[in-house]
Design a protein around this ligand. Structure first.
Ligand SMILES: [Ca+2]
Ligand SMILES: [Ca+2]
Ligand SMILES: [Ca+2]
Length: 293
């Protein structure tokens, strides 16, 4: 009556245990697999212990054993946090919507995504739609209340099924619902001039998303730090439409249109008549001139 061998079959490998002379128990040091046991039944890995005596009798116990089985079940946990990726709004984005769609994904290469938490300006959004993607989920939500103009920050953390929580992933974006201001100081609307160049001057500003970009008839002009701009526009004879558009970083625009008429042709004097002619001393006569332009 002597034990010959004690073996442990675990995760496809057979380990031969050695007797600890001080305790009398059979032992081996086993390296856990590199993969989480979360996907296994009850999230644990089983195993088999096989004892053989010198006479060749064998006793086998595995995880299904009524009394000893539970002791053979081991939970293997991975240590890699899930990966959070914010699809929108992207960091630095300028938005014109006060209820922008927020979309992000969470994936985990091993135990899988257990939960995700999103806060907007520090307040959790609890109504979130979740759809499965490869390795995790895509989450979609909108702000609980309409956002005010200005900067906002979303922050997302996620936890996997083995309890690993990601560092917070954040995105700071700007909501801007107000178009820029635009005032044109020159030319006056409906100006009539004989100069073939007119200087367009004005000033623009925006509360939320400066700098403002300005175009005149589609051509970008330089805008100073104080919002002023000045640009010569060449006129053609007749009516000229000058369209000035100011656009903030969110894409909100304000448009001003000036109509300027260029007239370089001098008037034509076609006829002159003095009536009566001759005229008596001290009496009146009428001068009548025919002029066209
Ligand atoms: Ca993980
Ligand atoms: Ca704006
Ligand atoms: Ca004329």
């Amino acid at each position: 009556m002597a034990v010959k061998t004690v073996q442990y079959i675990f995760n496809g490998t057979t380990y031969t245990l050695t007797k600890n002379t001080s305790t009398g128990k059979y032992e081996a040091t086993v390296t856990a697999p590199n993969k989480s046991s979360y996907s296994q039944t009850d999230h644990v890995l089983g195993g088999t212990v096989k004892a053989t005596d010198e006479a060749g009798n064998t006793t086998t116990v595995d995880q299904t054993h009524t009394t000893l089985g539970a002791a053979l079940k081991i939970r293997v946990k991975e240590k890699v946090a899930p990966v959070v990726s914010i699809s929108s709004p992207s960091s630095g984005a300028y938005l014109t919507s006060t209820t922008p769609t927020i979309e992000f994904t969470v994936t985990d290469a091993d135990s899988g995504v257990a939960s995700a938490k999103i806060t907007l300006d520090g307040t959790e959004i609890t109504s979130v739609t979740k759809t499965a993607i490869a390795g995790g989920y895509k989450y979609t939500c909108t702000p609980t209340d309409a956002l005010k103009d200005g900067k906002h920050t979303i922050s997302i953390t996620a936890t996997d099924n083995d309890g690993n929580t990601s560092a917070a992933k954040t995105s700071t974006f700007t909501v801007d619902t107000v178009p820029p201001t635009l005032s044109i100081t020159a030319p006056a609307d409906k100006l009539i001039t004989n100069k073939s160049t007119v200087t367009v001057t004005g000033k623009t500003d925006d509360i939320t998303s400066k700098p403002v970009a300005v175009t005149i008839n589609g051509t970008a002009v330089t805008v100073g730090a104080d919002g002023t701009f000045s640009k010569d526009v060449t006129l053609v004879n007749g009516s000229n439409t000058i369209t000035i558009i100011a656009k903030d970083k969110a894409g909100k625009t304000t448009t001003v249109v000036r109509t300027v008429t260029l007239d370089t042709a001098a008037p034509v004097i076609k006829s002159i008549a003095l009536t009566p002619n001759p005229v008596d001393c001290g009496k009146t006569f009428v001068i009548s001139v025919e002029v066209t332009d």
